[in-house]
Design a binder for this molecule. Structure first.
Ligand SMILES: [Zn+2]
Length: 446
């Protein structure tokens, strides 16, 4: 039986006109004209609508584009500085920007364009940006959703970190200059959730607080939330222990009405709440998103933010029903992140990498990722408004172009090295750019 099947398939392939070399082993160097293969693939890849797994769409003066803000001394990497000339190309492609630089007297043309759109307040503006970039759906990771984003195209991802900060946070706030910016914003987010849920004071016991957290998550899902996001890597280690409930309960009872917890007490309490959030995310079928790459600011800990800290959680059999998404794909530990997606319920996106890395560098990342678990990799931009002139729009353009060109290049090399044919290459491209995410969030129409 087996022999017949093999013969049959060879017969089919030969009659389809494929050269015998199609059966050969892949080679370390491409043969043929990689540039031509690249151009052919790019033409097809440009037609594939994208599903952006992670972005912060919004206007520059809208503080809800994130639950936190930039730290006081941010060192931007070269490509993400606002003098990157590529942004001029983005502004031309999106708006027909008439100048060749971003000098303040020219950049105000762009700022004016955005201010007019903001004043009009219509959803057509950001829908139009998605249309120009051939993006079908974009997940909007924001504190709250504004009226100017069309919820059919922009799906809300809300933040969960504020549940970690119910007590007197003065020691946390004072721990680094960056935490001095971040923690008060978490307090603000928590008070917004409390207001939403009609909770005035902290509940009398830990069970009450857990119920408040669960209820907020369920209500946010009803209000359109498709995932819960954690920026925890900015605040603490991504390593979460599983402390006994009594310990967390004692800490809650001690500090509910006042007093400053020690760093260790706060960590234990947070680890416990994190576990309850994870249980609830499983029940609600609400994916959990984690910032899993290097972060901005002088005090971001690469060691604490390393995606491998999450391994004990994502490989925990109790959480088989919880979907985990490693936002930014763990960079610079992107191979570690990719290997974690071997777990059935773990996914990643390449947001932020697609903006920060140049296409040749991003090509190398994609070449690796797509040959590991290609059904778990998703496109993402991490688009974010830089300033009044350079908005989330140009940032979205940069990520989209880097991704389409880097992807076409990675696939062209693999095709010409004999790894697979162009049909397979385009199937991988469709899954990564759109279908994997659309399937995950229930938006796949086909
Ligand atoms: Zn982000």
């Amino acid at each position: 039986m087996r022999r017949i099947a093999v013969r049959l398939s060879i017969g089919i392939l030969l009659s389809a006109g494929l050269a015998y070399s199609a059966f050969g082993q892949a080679k370390p160097y491409p043969s043929g004209d990689v540039q031509k293969t690249y151009e052919r693939l790019l033409k097809e890849i440009d037609k594939i609508p994208m599903y952006d797994n992670h972005a912060h769409p919004g206007y520059a003066d809208d503080s809800d584009v994130d639950a936190m803000a930039s730290p006081p001394d941010e060192s931007a990497t070269l490509r993400l500085r606002d003098d990157n000339p590529e942004f001029v190309s983005g502004a031309k492609a999106l708006f027909g920007y008439p100048y060749d630089d971003l000098k303040p007297e020219h950049a105000k043309w762009l700022a004016e364009k955005k201010s007019v759109a903001e004043k009009a307040g219509a959803t057509a503006y950001f829908d139009g940006i998605l249309d120009k970039l051939n993006v079908e759906i974009c997940l909007a990771n924001r504190a709250m959703m504004p009226a100017y984003l069309d919820t059919k195209r922009f799906h809300w991802v809300f933040f969960g970190d504020s549940f970690f900060y119910p007590f007197d946070n003065r020691d946390q706030t004072a721990s680094t200059p960056d935490m001095g910016v971040y923690v008060p914003l978490q307090e603000k987010m928590l008070s917004r959730w409390k207001k939403q849920e009609g909770v005035e004071r902290l509940p009398a016991d830990l069970s009450g607080y857990e119920e408040f957290v669960r209820k907020t998550m369920a209500d946010n899902q009803k209000r359109g939330g498709v995932a819960i996001k954690f920026e925890a890597a900015y605040f603490r280690s991504l390593y979460f222990t599983d402390p006994p409930r009594e310990k967390a309960e004692a800490i809650y009872n001690k500090y509910r009405a006042g007093g400053v917890p020690t760093a260790e007490e706060y960590r234990i309490f947070q680890d416990h709440i994190f576990r309850r959030i994870t249980d609830q995310a499983g029940k609600l079928h609400l994916p959990m998103h984690f910032h899993s790459a290097v972060g901005i600011g002088d005090y971001f800990s690469l060691r604490n933010g390393n995606v491998l800290n999450l391994e004990n959680v994502v490989r925990d059999a109790r959480y088989k029903n919880v979907t985990f998404v490693l936002i930014h794909g763990g960079w610079p530990y992107e191979r570690e992140a990719a290997l974690l997606t071997a777990v059935k319920n773990v996914y990643l996106d390449t947001s932020f990498q697609s903006e920060m890395l140049y296409p040749s560098q991003f090509k190398a990342v994609l070449k690796q990722l797509l040959t590991l678990y290609p059904d778990k990799m998703m496109y993402g931009s991490d688009a974010f408004p830089f300033n009044d002139a350079l908005g989330a729009e140009e940032s979205m353009w940069l990520a989209a172009r880097t991704t389409r060109t880097g992807l076409a290049a990675a696939l062209a090399e693999l095709v010409d090295e004999g790894a697979f044919d162009e049909t397979k290459a385009l199937e991988l491209a469709r899954n990564y750019l759109h279908d994997n995410a659309a399937r995950l969030y229930g938006d796949l129409k086909r």
